[in-house]
Design a protein around this ligand. Sequence first.
Ligand code: OAD
Length: 251
Amino acid sequence: MSGPKLFSDKLISKLLDAKSVSVLTGAGVSAESGVPTFRDPGGIWEKFRPEQLANFDAFISDPDFVWQWYQHRREIMRNVQPNDGHYALAEMESLFPDFNLITQNIDNLHRRAGSKNIYELHGNIERNYCISCRKYYNDVSPEEKQALKCSCGGLVRPDVVWFGEMLPYETLMKAEQCAMNSDVFLSIGTSAEVYPAATLPLIAKESGAYVAEINIRQTVITEDLDEFITGKSGVILKRLTEIIKSELKVQ
Ligand code: OAD
């Protein structure tokens, strides 16, 4: 296999020996699909104030406004395709005895790429639920311009975690267990600035995993990890998967 060396031999050997591999993904993984990130130049939080949009009080005071913003984001996400990074991660699931994909992304692209063992820490934009009776309303038409009302009369909201809200408890517990039990942990395309997701690579490191970060630039946790791999996640993950497959003699 030719081309520039992107990662260490140590990472490859750790991966080849690993029984349990976990990854945490963030918005950077979907950047090559055309989904805007949050904190990069031109990112979502440069244009919008989170407290106006990703917030329960904002939803209650103007449900249609918040609903329309999520309809707009749904349209963006439905019109993009998973990229090489999403497909590589889906393929990795079959290469390791235990492979866990923990994501902060709500865009559904990991699922569309074929990943199965997914822990969605911040929810999924394709799901909605009634705030009164918790009945689910999925696959909502893009034509719905006003916030949906449930058959019980309650307001229907996107099943995403807003600022000030707790993460889904069981999903977070499972993600922490994955971090604690992993032999190799990859933190990919996340600024690692949002908690508790940002603690997962550090929990993995403290628990003895080899932890590598894949990002186009260093983050606040880079110094605490074992390896920094610079580059676009689509390129890096595709190459990493090719190397693992070639070493494992998998077609
Ligand atoms: P951020 O926007 O904070 O960070 C995106 C990261 O991706 C940055 O570190 C970029 O350097 C990196 N990046 C950009 N393009 C990349 C590429 N092609 N390949 C690799 N890395 C790339 O997004 P998150 O860390 O996901 O939460 O943000 C975490 C949470 O903050 C989100 O889930 C969202 C937001 O507020 C909620 O809405 C609850």
